[in-house]
Ligand binder design. Sequence first.
Ligand SMILES: Nc1ncnc2c1ncn2[C@@H]1O[C@H](COP(=O)(O)OP(=O)(O)OP(=O)(O)O)[C@@H](O)[C@H]1O
Length: 686
Amino acid sequence: MEIEEIPGVGAKTAEALSALEAPERALRSGDVATIASAPGISQGRAARIARGAIRLKHDDPGGFLATDRAREIYREVLALLTERTVTDYAAQRLETLYPSPRRSRIEEVRAFAREAIERDPDPAVLEALDGVEPLETPGDIRVRERCLATTDAERYNEAREAIPELSVEVVEDAKGLAELARGYATVIALDESFAGVTVEGDVQVRPDALEQPAEIVPERPLAFFARNRDRIRAAIEVHRVSSLEPDGDCDLAALEDGLARLEADGTVAGDDELDRLTTAVDDLDAAVSTAESVANDKLRAAIREEDVTIEGSDLLSLVERGAGVDSLLSRELADEYAGAVETARNHLIEALALDAGEAEIGRRIFGEEPTFPVDRDDDAVSRLREELTAAKDRRAGRLKRELAADLADQREAAKTLVRDALELDVELAIARFSTAYACTMPTFVWTEEDAAPTETGFSIEGGRSPVLEEPLEQIDPVDYDVEGVALLSGVNSGGKTSTLDLVASVVVLAHMGLPVPAEDVYLRRFDDLHYHAKSQGTLDAGAFESTVREFADLAQGGSGSLVLVDELESITEPGASAKIIAGILEALAENGATAVFVSHLADEIREMADYEVTVDGIEAVGLIEGELEVNRSPVKNHLARSTPELIVEKLATDAGAVESTATNGGRETTTESPPHFYERLLEKFD
Ligand SMILES: Nc1ncnc2c1ncn2[C@@H]1O[C@H](COP(=O)(O)OP(=O)(O)OP(=O)(O)O)[C@@H](O)[C@H]1O
């Protein structure tokens, strides 16, 4: 697929899309989240691009939703699906489902939807899905304590490209390498020629380094897992609590274990030795100061307790030599000093939990030479710090390499795991919609795309309009089928508009490849849906002209159109309306389109039309306490009585009952009695 061939994608967007890791895959699978991660592409635009890619794949001319009301119905049913998703990803992915006139596209989604409606939306799965999000690529990482070194300019460029996380240095010789080793904890020499060279510091000769980036920069795979740790964990949980099977080579337990060893910042967690070394480095200064004061307190206390006796000649000689109190300490209080120093050393070793080798260096911080107060040796502190830091870096490096090796192989598996979990959310939304509206998969009566029009329009049994506000159990199921062109008559508020909405929703969902809110549905494949909502009031001359023009185009249109029109008569005076509607119906019938026109002028239109127009009717079966009781399913070939007619009929019946009582009472009337008046009105309806 050439990206630029996608409808609506220009050179600039194509360039943005090619920055993605796998643009073709994302476009083919309608992965809106990935498409939206391309620079400068919003989510809404990403959904449009994905739909464009699908259209290209199926050679779909687009434009199925030919009118505003048709588009509104699509948005409404789509919202019923998207509101049942847990993740944003699934909501965006559902946006790529649109009604298509192409059989291949409809069947592609139908295959997916058939499996989707079998899914069980267990609350535990929905809860686990809450934490799943598309994986992210971590931002640029820089590792500062390690560098690559080479003598070769070409390798230098290769290295910069292959391992951008490390700085790459050009060196002349082993001396240059040694210099680098002083500035970096680890130097990785890329040239074979350095093999066998002995340089002080951590210098590794790795001519294969560029092929093994995960070993050289374990931070790279670790950053990916650290960034996505919680999402992957949530996806693992989704697999655990749902019927989703992880990919064959994905070891959930190993992946989970690896993630448990990883901190959110990409460092390794749960290693006591690393923790010890990290704490020791961090606490070194504080521990030395405490040890120092512990020793001084002890020494001070010891001195205070002591009676120092010194012979006069000794004192004289000390004073003459200019010796200070330190000499006195070493002479007279050697044991106390040694005790204090020992306390300081032990405190330090214990506080920092130093091992034997480190303790050896640690002891030198407090020397044998008596001083008061006891003083640290700063050089020894630095040496201990270097030792601890080097040990910490070595350990962290090793652990990172080990963990990276464990996790690096699971990267693809983790991606699949997350993708499958997100797709499950899409499927569950469809399953939940299907259950909420008691849906069924519709049956398409396919014809070859260019073959003669089929007789079948649509046939709905037990349909419940999903765009009605009422809760499902309060909606009366509607049966309705139409072949060719029909007029739909009926009482006020009988449900004519709702029937058109039902037909439109069913047809839109069916052409999206999705289940429909009915017990059983047969339909042909339509090329487009023209749904015209009732216009508000009479149109002025200009608006009337443009509406008639719109219908002129439609009347010339193909046999594949489904035309739904609600009370077109309100656009102008009743007499003129009937004539215009009759003309439109004739043209549509000739073209073989499928159409339903809701009208209160069915009788008049029928009279005007040159052919036998089918008139279906939504009937009131009676008036109960002033309320119409309606049979919501249109009766085929039956002009429904209007509401005024029903009311007059009721008045006539009621009055008839009153009159007979009155006559029995023996009273005489001179004026025309109500029953006669109502009957007179009633006769006008015949
Ligand atoms: N199948 C149904 N089940 C239950 N209630 C329904 C059904 N269809 C319609 N209704 C109710 O009847 C009301 C009127 O429906 P609708 O607007 O479709 O009637 P209408 O025949 O188009 O009316 P009008 O003649 O005024 O244009 C709806 O708002 C809804 O409350």
